[in-house]
Design a protein around this ligand. Structure first.
Ligand SMILES: [Zn+2]
Ligand SMILES: [Zn+2]
Length: 317
């Protein structure tokens, strides 16, 4: 289904690990094993799936499309809600996340790109970079438009707070359901394991596939200077982020699925929110990009798209 690529440079050596982050990351995975003792119930799985989707949306529509790329506008309440919910994914704060992502677009698949599967390895592009000491700092020069917001600075500094509150809420929810709706067969510990630990760990790996798989497996529609790919599997599990070649070619577009058949759940939700006036000024790819589709230019017939529609990476910041 997917065409693969070969690495064209020798992987850089693994830098030293940050043991504090490694211990937290390992703890999150090991805690999932508590499921052996807590068991499972339909309501716990439903909460697990629901929190995966809600937090994935906050990462894709909030951290990525709003904070890192400014692809649409919104008010203070929705911005803070996206920031809080995205930080509850336990992938550090919105400023750290956005700075690293902007750096990725500036140096995609070069030695300066901390999570390139080409200049590094697939493993390092997936999780190794996240656990390395070199990725812990925030490049404040890249996020001057975001660091002025006190709520973002607060969440970035105390990024463990939202996940801790979520974990506590899960335990309390499970304990309440055990007491008042015992027929559901759940408990505080079971809800903690499913609603927080399992949901968060699956969310880690779902999000990380954009950095790893979507730079190795899939189709390339546009002639970007990196190895980004359009990958349906990644699009499905990340609510639309798998159209990564589209995104690298035109990063200031709110939608990443450029055609109706390119599933982009985050775009559908943002479009619905725009009808309600919660978000506005959603930025689209230029019209001639779609015009050329009808001429077959995207299939290599005629001039390549890159000649008529310049990549927007220069306007990223
Ligand atoms: Zn990328
Ligand atoms: Zn991006």
């Amino acid at each position: 289904m997917f065409e693969s690529t070969t690495r064209n440079t020798r992987p850089l050596e693994q830098p030293p690990l940050d043991y504090s982050v490694c211990i937290q990351f390992l703890f999150m995975h090991l805690a999932c094993l508590l499921v052996i003792w807590t068991g499972v119930s339909a309501v716990a799985v439903a909460v697990c799936v629901g929190l995966y989707i809600v937090r994935m949306f906050a990462i894709t529509a909030g951290f990525h499309r709003l904070f890192a790329h400014r692809t649409y506008k919104t008010g203070r309440i929705f911005r803070s809600l996206m920031a809080f919910t995205g930080t509850a994914a336990y992938q550090k704060g919105p400023l750290w996340w956005s700075a690293h992502h902007r750096r990725h677009h500036l140096y995609a698949d070069t030695d300066e790109d901390l999570h390139s599967p080409l200049s590094r390895t697939l493993w390092r592009s997936h999780v190794g970079w996240f656990l390395s000491r070199e990725s812990q700092a925030t490049d404040w020069k890249l996020i001057t438009n975001l660091s002025k917001y006190p709520d973002l600075r607060f969440l970035d500094r105390f990024y463990s707070l939202p996940p801790a509150l979520l974990a506590l809420s899960m335990f309390l929810l499970g304990a309440l359901l055990q007491r008042y709706a015992p027929g559901l067969g759940t408990s505080g510990w079971q809800m903690l394991v499913w609603g927080f630990f399992i949901s968060t760990v699956v969310l880690y790996h779902g999000t990380f596939t954009v950095n790893s798989l979507a730079h190795v497996f899939g189709k390339r529609r546009f002639p970007t200077g990196d190895n980004s790919r359009n990958n349906l599997f990644v699009a499905l599990i990340t609510l639309g982020e798998g159209w990564h070649n589209n995104h690298h070619y035109y990063p200031s577009s709110e939608r990443q699925g450029f055609y109706w058949w390119e599933f982009d759940m985050s775009h559908y939700i943002l479009r619905a929110l725009s009808w309600l006036g919660i978000v506005w000024d959603l930025r689209s790819p230029p019209a001639n990009l779609f015009d050329r589709h009808t001429t077959g230019a995207h299939l290599g017939i005629g001039a390549p798209l890159g000649e008529s529609v310049a990549p927007e990476s220069a306007k990223l910041l």
